[in-house]
Design a protein around this ligand. Sequence first.
Ligand SMILES: [Zn+2]
Length: 247
Amino acid sequence: MALLETEALVLRTYNFGEADKIVVCLTHSAGLIRGVAKGCRKLKSRFGAALEPFTLAKITYYQKEHQELVSLGQVEILKSHFDLSGDAETLAGLAYMGDLVIEFSPPYEPNERLFRMLKACLDAICQSQSDLQIILRYFEIWLLRLEGYLPDIRRCGECHRRFDETEATFMNADLVFRCRRCSQGTGNALSRRLQTQLRATQRLAPCVFAQESRAVPASIHREMAELTHQLIGRVLERQPRLKPTLQ
Ligand SMILES: [Zn+2]
């Protein structure tokens, strides 16, 4: 049995047995893991408040070979994010992020960029809760990209020519971006402003993206939300649903 240590973000917890909980975390070095926190529902649990959703913690855990469920050892809070829990919309946003990470990430596949991206998005929300929706769009685009589901926004999916900054991009029901010629007059044109926004997600940190997006019209935010929801919907449809939870 190996004892491992990593940084982790708690995404979700379930009651398990009489006094335990199953904790689902995204970790820095092991990707998505599910662990049992023994006795954590007892009054004097050593875990204390460390297992609240979106706590950033240093954890140790034991993993037996061929067993998906690990056993949590020490959990040391690095940042509680407790300050975010007072606002219902923020809490719903965080839960949404956690659910999507759980749906998209295969367990035990390290993805350091995903971990850093989620952490940066959380920090950005902490800095400015009023930017929640913009940061959620940023998060969606990056989650799609890091899990390999974001169509190339820089090139035509048909002729592979690089789009220049001024030309229109079209998207069909197959959710591939094409140039005007390849789309042959079909599909929806993405507004130029949306394309600029999409490109901005690729080069800016979430807090800077949020600041720079404040001047962007609401119609563009709506267009971006429609796009990400279409892309996410397609992924969730063809992926198997979550395995039954261990409640
Ligand atoms: Zn083309």
